[in-house]
Design a protein around this ligand. Structure first.
Ligand SMILES: [Zn+2]
Length: 330
C-alpha cells in the first residue's frame, strides 16, 4: 500500500521555471539543461521502481516515496522506504549506465561509461549506509521497537553491468537490478519472520514519517548564483512563449501574436513561488506580472488557491504546495 506517493520533484519544476525565465543566451542555460536531463532520468528510474513495487503482495507492506527527514545534525533523504511489522527497507535508485565497478578493498566506486571513459563517483553503498544509520537513530529517538533495517541500491538501467573487485564480496546483497526487487523483498521477509510492530505501532510510525517529511526550500537562484533581476518578469503567452501579455478588459492579450487568455497569470505566479519566494504580496506580484492596478492584482491573487494572512497592505499570500499543480502546461 502506498502511504506517500511520489510527485514530480519540485527541483525539476524549479529548474524548468528558471530555464524558461532566463534569456536563451544566458551563460547558465547549458548547466541548467544538463542538470534537468539528469534529474528527469533519475525521476524516470524512480518511476520504474514504482512500477515493479506494484507486484508486491497487497496489504503486506507500507510504501513511502521520497521522504526527507531531519536527522540529529542534518536532513536525510530516501527515494523509497518499505515498512512491514517484520523489517524496514531503504531503497535507493541509481540510474548509472555502462559498467559499475565496486572495489571492496579500496572502498572505491567507479563507472566505465559507453565511451569507455572511467569516472569516479561517490560510493552509493556508503551513502545508503549513512541513511540507514540516520533512520535507525530517528526511529530510536521516537521510541519505536527496534526492527531490522535493511537497505538496497537498485540499478534502474537493465543493461548496466555490475562488477565487484576484491576479496570481500559483501556488496552482492546490497546492489541489485530493478527486476529483482520483488524477489529480494520477499527474501528479506523469509529471514525476518517475527512480527516486531503491532498494527497500531505501524500506523503511528507511518503517520509520523509522513508528518515529518520536510521538502527542501533551497533557492534555485542561490544554487546557480543568479540574481533576481536576471529573471524575466511579465506574463508569458502560452501560444508564442513571449513575455508580452498585457491586461486588457479582464483578460490577458499578447502584443506579439494577439492570443488572449483569462488565466495566463497563473503560471507566472507559480514561477514566482518556484524561483523567488514561497509567499507574495500585492506589490511584489504587481512588479512581477508588470501590472499597474493593485485592484486587478488583488482579484488575481484571490482567485488562486493561496493562503492569505495579514490585512490590507501587509497582506501576504502563501503557497500551499500540496494544493497547487505546478506542472507546466505544454
Ligand atoms: Zn503570443
Amino acid at each position: 500500500m502506498i502511504i506517500k506517493s511520489r510527485g514530480l520533484p519540485i527541483r525539476i519544476l524549479k529548474g524548468e521555471a528558471l530555464q524558461n525565465r532566463l534569456p536563451k543566451n544566458h551563460e547558465k542555460q547549458a548547466d541548467i539543461e544538463r542538470d534537468l536531463k539528469i534529474r528527469w532520468k533519475g525521476y524516470s528510474g524512480e518511476q520504474s521502481l514504482d512500477y515493479f513495487l506494484q507486484f508486491l503482495p497487497r496489504g503486506k507492506y507500507l510504501i513511502f516515496h521520497d521522504l526527507r527527514l531531519k536527522g540529529e545534525r542534518n536532513f536525510f533523504q530516501m527515494d523509497t522506504l518499505i515498512l512491514s511489522p517484520f523489517f524496514a527497507l531503504i531503497i535507493e535508485v541509481k540510474n548509472y549506465s555502462g559498467t559499475l565497478i565496486f572495489d571492496t578493498e579500496l572502498n572505491q566506486f567507479t563507472r566505465i561509461n559507453h565511451q569507455n571513459k572511467e569516472e569516479g563517483f561517490q560510493d552509493p553503498i556508503a551513502q545508503a549506509r549513512r541513511q540507514h544509520l540516520q533512520l535507525f537513530s530517528w526511529l530510536q529517538e521516537r521510541h519505536f521497537p527496534q526492527i531490522p533495517l535493511e537497505y538496497l541500491i537498485v540499478i534502474s538501467d537493465p543493461s548496466t553491468i555490475i562488477k565487484v573487485v576484491g576479496q570481500n564480496k559483501t556488496i552482492d546483497p546490497f546492489v541489485i537490478h530493478l527486476d529483482q526487487i520483488v524477489n529480494k523483498i520477499e527474501q528479506f521477509h523469509s529471514y525476518y519472520k517475527k512480527p516486531l510492530l503491532t498494527q497500531l505501532q505501524m500506523k503511528r510510525m507511518a503517520e509520523l514519517l509522513v508528518e515529518s517529511h520536510t521538502p527542501t526550500q533551497k533557492s534555485i537562484l542561490e544554487e546557480y548564483k543568479i540574481e533576481q533581476d536576471e529573471v524575466i518578469k511579465g506574463v508569458q503567452c502560452m501560444k508564442c512563449n513571449s513575455f508580452s501579455m498585457i491586461r486588457e478588459k479582464y483578460q490577458w492579450k499578447c502584443t506579439q501574436c494577439q492570443y488572449t487568455s483569462k488565466k495566463a497569470h497563473e503560471q507566472s505566479i507559480k514561477d514566482y513561488f518556484l524561483l523567488i519566494e514561497s509567499h507574495i504580496t500585492n506589490k511584489k506580484c504587481r512588479e512581477f506580472l508588470m501590472l499597474s492596478s493593485s485592484k486587478t492584482t488583488h482579484t488575481i491573487l484571490k482567485s488562486m488557491k493561496l493562503i492569505a494572512s495579514g490585512e490590507k497592505k501587509g497582506r501576504v499570500y502563501q503557497i500551499d504546495y500540496k494544493k497547487i499543480d505546478f506542472r507546466r502546461q505544454k
